[in-house]
Write a protein that binds this ligand. Structure first.
Ligand SMILES: [Zn+2]
Length: 638
């Protein structure tokens, strides 16, 4: 066995030095550009994600159609077609577009002629609702309200809706090759450009960030500089008084309290803030601008070191659905699902920007915990909020912003798993299946066999017909303390972990080379930074990437667990329980047996209390320094 755990402190110093060095010289940002593998190049199978995607394909997508009625009626009405029934409200069409993006991803993985036909029919309606100048938002057209209403930019969601439309169009094009939707999106984006940056343009921005990152995504497919310039302008106009709040809402709510370069932390409405940060990171990736890169890293540190739950949720406050102060993470906090989806995207963009394994750690944390918690195991009900401590919280069918955001995020699991640059392949998530990585020198096929996250063994096949040299980067998870690595059956010692946290295998590859990574996966007690008041004297259980918790149903209604100084844990995989989970068993300080289940599986049965953090007895407060960590194992690492 080889100890592989690297100190994050050292990593942070390296990052700081690199940032100072690169940005101080005024050069472009990240040296090597990291791209994402298209969804259609990826096949997901296996015990965990294969099963989940099958549920979402067979359950979530058919179920979602019933909530599209008022958006589709609104589009028909805007086409001049007579309809009966309610039409959508201010931001309703964003839900339709998030659902269409979900379907676009699904079509990239699962051929479905009927679904594609329905998508094409909606695209015809969107085209019919598009005004001659390119503007398309059926709610505004139908209600007679002004487009890009200058007296209501903070609340009208015009840009939010357009942003989700653009993202749906980009994905539909990527996965089907059909351009009609993409053309609609380009015309709408050019109308927005004229509105804000054209000869008669007036500065401003939509109060709900989203369009920024969507414009950068569109620019990557259709390199019209106007898209990038508009995204930059939306970011630069922050903190300049360009948007007049319609009500008493503070400017921080929509990230307008200070110019970008003076924003030190991520504040305000958590979903808006994390989408904004993602847009800034996208701009940093695309332009190489050091100010954007530095701001992205400030936002990253603000969230991941001081404002993120152990489950990856963000946004503890119900008032304004907002971030709180540093370390303000009450266990019954708000934790909107959309915030978790936003953090997954921000982590992905930060990976593209910096190539650090730590970004994959956060992505994995939020995906396996907060995001999966948001959607029920059968894929048809969801949570708007994902508190870590709760009671009698039943699953419900509130179709607001979160359900289609969860589905569009979950269908991208394959894309979150991989990245590549000119001669490098990155594996960020261990997901069973196949992937063709489009390296410049030609496609390289990776196959992955694993029962992760229940088992830490991963077998990767590298199938390259041309026997070329390139590197395979495997993320060494931050949770992993011990691992073994084999290449074509031979142990590789020590494991070559680079400064950014990846195992780097740089060599000439041959057809059917194989890598085996075996990560030990003990149950570990995790403590939070002592400034997190709600967690003082408490621990949470984690095994691999899965955060565990206690439901009353498994513990005679008692989830006020107290652990002794040296608790022993046992694990058992239960294929028939809650969709197939590994449970953790142990004994409390009083000798009473307990069962813990993954946090994400909470509240899929009858009502009962739920807790993640439990009292730790008989352990002195740890006196190790807290630097560059928000959560860490209780057990001391030599
Ligand atoms: Zn939401």
């Amino acid at each position: 066995m080889v100890r592989v755990f690297g100190e994050k402190v050292k990593l942070l110093i390296v990052v700081a030095v690199v940032l100072l060095g690169v940005c101080g010289s005024g050069q472009a940002g990240a040296a090597e550009r990291i791209g994402l593998v298209p969804v259609k190049n990826i096949k997901v199978d296996g015990l965990f994600w294969g099963k989940k995607l099958a549920v979402y394909k067979a359950g979530t997508i058919p179920h979602s159609w019933q909530y599209m009625g008022w958006d589709l009626r609104a589009l028909k009405h805007a086409n001049g077609i007579k309809v009966q029934g309610d039409l959508n409200g201010t931001w309703g069409e964003a839900n339709l577009y998030k659902f269409m993006e979900t379907c676009g991803h699904s079509l990239g993985m699962f051929a479905d002629a009927e679904l594609e036909k329905r998508m094409d029919e909606i695209i015809v309606l969107i085209a019919g609702a598009q005004r001659p100048d390119g503007y398309v938002h059926a709610y505004i057209t139908n209600s007679g309200k002004p487009a890009w209403d200058r007296d209501f930019l903070d609340g009208s969601h015009d840009g939010y809706v357009l942003g989700h439309m653009i993202e749906a169009a980009v994905e539909y094009y990527a996965n089907t090759g059909k351009k009609a939707f993409l053309d609609i999106a380009c015309r709408a984006a050019r109308q927005a450009y004229e509105e804000f940056l054209g000869p008669k343009g007036v500065p401003g921005f939509c109060g709900h960030a989203e369009l920024e990152m969507a414009l950068v995504e569109l620019y990557r497919v259709v390199p019209d500089k106007r898209f990038l310039d508009l995204a930059k302008a939306f970011v630069e106009w922050r903190g300049q008084g360009k948007v007049k709040p319609a009500g008493p809402t503070p400017r921080a709510y929509f990230q307008d309290e200070a110019p970008l370069r003076q924003q030190k932390s991520l504040d305000g409405h958590a979903v808006r803030a994390i989408f904004f940060a993602t847009g800034v990171a996208d701009l940093a990736v695309e332009t190489g601008d050091c100010d954007y890169r530095l701001a992205s890293n400030r936002f990253w540190d603000s969230v991941t070191l001081r404002r993120m739950y152990i489950t990856g949720s963000i946004g503890p406050r119900k008032e304004h659905e907002a971030f709180g102060e540093d370390y303000e993470l009450p266990n019954d906090g708000y934790c909107e699902s959309c915030g978790a989806c936003g953090l997954a995207d921000f982590a992905q963009r930060m990976f593209m920007l910096e190539g650090r394994a730590e970004c994959g750690d956060v992505l994995e944390r939020v995906l396996y915990n907060a995001i999966l918690h948001g959607i029920s195991l059968n894929g048809t009900t969801s949570y708007y909020q994902n508190p870590l401590s709760d009671k009698d919280n039943p699953r419900y069918n509130s179709w607001v912003c979160c359900p289609p955001n969860l589905s569009r995020t979950l269908f991208q699991v394959g894309r979150y798993a991989y990245g590549y640059s000119e001669d490098d392949i990155y594996v960020n998530l261990y997901v069973g299946g196949r992937c063709v990585v489009p390296l410049k020198r030609g496609g390289v096929e990776l196959t992955m066999k694993t029962d992760y996250p229940w088992d830490g063994r991963v077998k990767i096949g590298v199938k390259d017909a041309s026997a070329g040299r390139f590197s395979v980067h495997l993320r060494m998870p931050g949770w992993c303390r011990k691992a073994e690595l084999k290449l074509n059956g031979k142990a590789v010692e020590p494991i070559p972990v680079g400064e950014k946290g990846y195992i780097i295998l740089d060599r000439v590859w041959h057809r059917d080379d194989s890598i085996e990574l075996n990560m030990e996966m003990p149950v570990v007690r995790i403590e939070a930074h002592p400034n997190v008041k709600s967690c003082v004297g408490k621990v949470a259980l984690q095994r691999g990437p899965i955060v565990y918790g206690f439901e009353g149903l498994d513990n005679d209604g008692d989830v006020d667990i107290e652990l002794g100084a040296d608790p022993q844990f046992g694990v058992e995989h239960k294929p028939d329980m809650l969709g197939g989970i590994t449970i953790v068993r142990g004994q409390s300080a009083t000798g009473k047996g307990f069962t813990a289940i993954p946090f994400y599986a909470f509240a899929n049965r009858a009502k009962s209390r739920q807790e993640v953090w439990v009292v730790q007895r008989g352990v002195k407060p740890n006196d190790r320094w807290w630097l560059g960590e928000l959560y860490r194992p209780v057990e001391k690492v030599d």
